[in-house]
Design a protein around this ligand. Structure first.
Ligand code: AMP
Ligand code: GLY
Length: 425
């Protein structure tokens, strides 16, 4: 079969790398792709906001399945439009993608269906929002309701900071995404990410991972899209995964079906594992980046039958096998990221990094230019390695990464530290 992947990040490179191993594949395309994806797929220069153009490409190239990587096209209804054109697509329609597109929407579902999450209020009126902050006190969490590229969350330690955050969001810091705010109880515990795949009525568990959002070592500095990830997350024991399926994922999928907005595709739960048990922080309607890279490294089954079964609405015959080994990905980013950085700097010796056993380098912001590899984005490479545990995977990942020559890039040197601290007790 012919498959088109939409996106251009490390997540999409990992998906293409995995799909390229499938026995079912004839041709693989990626739009727009990047300098690494072009090794495993034909990159096509399509504008991913141009749904009509994507549909025309699918018809011209006999595409049997479209896999949508990022949230923006999902929230924009790309899957709705593909389905209307009779093209099978993996990922939720726009209405169920609201689980990521609106934090308030998700919180209301949690409240109605008893899904454990932080206590909250939703406000479109600034005075009412401030009154709620004063009533609840600090620490407290203030969030823009809509998509804000992971930046719309302010963890306020004081009431003054929280009131400032309310002003900041209502002043338009996040544009339309901040027309409404969600104000939440500050939860404490250990964070983990858990992934499931849904078919509209049921869900199958995948595995857990842990991201590193802050740019600096020891989780300091501004937040980024993610500087590294590993899988599994130690807090996500088998019993905890089962609890998350029973208390969070399954009730959500059932609620969405009941509301007439059946959820199919990947469901990514950001969790806080508190003393009272797992609580939902937020949902994403797609794979995480760089979490997808470690998930794909650990998935032993062919992914294509799973993607098709989800898109067709019947996961009942699917099983998924995982590698017991751990996987860890370190992000190499351009100096200055997440602030200003320069583009078109040259990267060398990626092949030397990939020569090591169990190591794969997934590309994000790269472009091939006349035999040279150039960095064209903030997050640029994901050096991903397997190991018998996180300690070993980390060692291999950094050993490989140190073979890459790129004076204009940097990475965190402590990806996996929480797990490694535990492993070394
Ligand atoms: P989100 O974009 O909603 O995942 O939030 C970004 C980050 O803020 C999360 O990964 C958590 O570290 C933190 N966070 C969000 N909501 C809460 C909460 N209610 N309590 C504590 N931390 C939170
Ligand atoms: N790495 C976090 C995310 O993809 O949302």
């Amino acid at each position: 079969m012919n498959i088109l992947v939409i996106g251009s990040g490390g997540r999409e490179h990992a998906l293409c790398w995995k799909i390229a191993q499938s026995q079912l594949l004839t041709s693989l395309y990626c739009a727009p792709g990047n300098g690494g994806i072009s090794d495993v797929a034909s990159c096509v220069d399509l504008d991913i906001t141009d749904h009509i153009g994507i549909i025309a490409f699918c018809n011209d190239h006999g595409i049997n399945l479209v896999v949508v990587g990022p949230e923006a096209p999902l929230v924009a209804g790309l899957v709705n439009d593909l389905s209307a054109a009779n093209i099978l697509a993996f990922g939720p329609n726009a209405e169920p993608a609201m689980l990521e597109g609106s934090k308030g929407f998700t919180k209301d579902i949690c409240a109605e269906y008893n899904i454990p999450t932080a206590a909250y209020g939703r406000f479109s009126d600034i005075d009412k929002a401030k009154a709620y902050v004063r009533e609840q006190g600090a620490p407290i969490v203030v969030k823009a309701d809509g998509l804000a590229a992971g930046k719309g969350v302010i963890l306020a330690q004081t009431e003054t900071e929280a009131l400032g955050a309310v002003d900041f969001i209502f002043d338009g810091a996040f544009g339309e995404a901040g027309a409404e705010v969600v104000i939440e109880e500050f939860m404490t515990g250990e964070e983990a990410s858990f992934f499931a795949i849904a078919d509209g009525t049921t869900a199958l568990p995948l595995i857990s991972a842990q991201d590193h959002k802050a740019v600096g070592e020891g989780d300091t500095g501004p937040n980024t899209g993610g500087m590294g990830a590993y899988s599994p997350a130690a807090v996500m024991t088998e019993a905890m995964c089962a609890r998350v399926m029973k208390e969070i994922i399954n009730p959500t999928v059932a609620a969405m079906a009941k509301m007439g907005k059946p959820y199919s595709g990947l469901l990514f739960a950001g969790l806080m594992i508190t003393d009272e048990g797992p609580k939902l922080i937020e949902y994403n309607c797609r794979f995480g980046d760089p979490e997808c890279q470690v998930l794909m490294m650990r998935m032993k089954s062919d992914i294509v039958p799973l993607l098709i079964a989800s898109a067709k609405g019947d996961l009942s015959k699917q099983t998924i096998l995982w590698d017991e080994k751990a996987a860890l990905a370190v992000v190499l980013a351009a100096n200055g990221y997440p602030g200003r950085y320069s583009k078109n700097t040259e990267i060398q010796n990626v092949a030397a990094a990939e020569a090591a056993r169990g190591v794969t380098v997934f590309h994000a912001g790269t472009r091939q230019d006349d035999g040279k590899l150039l960095a064209i984005g903030g997050r640029v490479l994901n050096v991903t390695a397997r190991g018998k545990n996180v300690t070993e995977a980390q060692r291999s990942a950094y050993a490989a990464l140190d073979k890459i020559t790129w004076p204009d890039g940097f990475c965190r040197r402590d990806i996996g530290w929480r797990a490694i601290e535990r492993e070394n007790i």
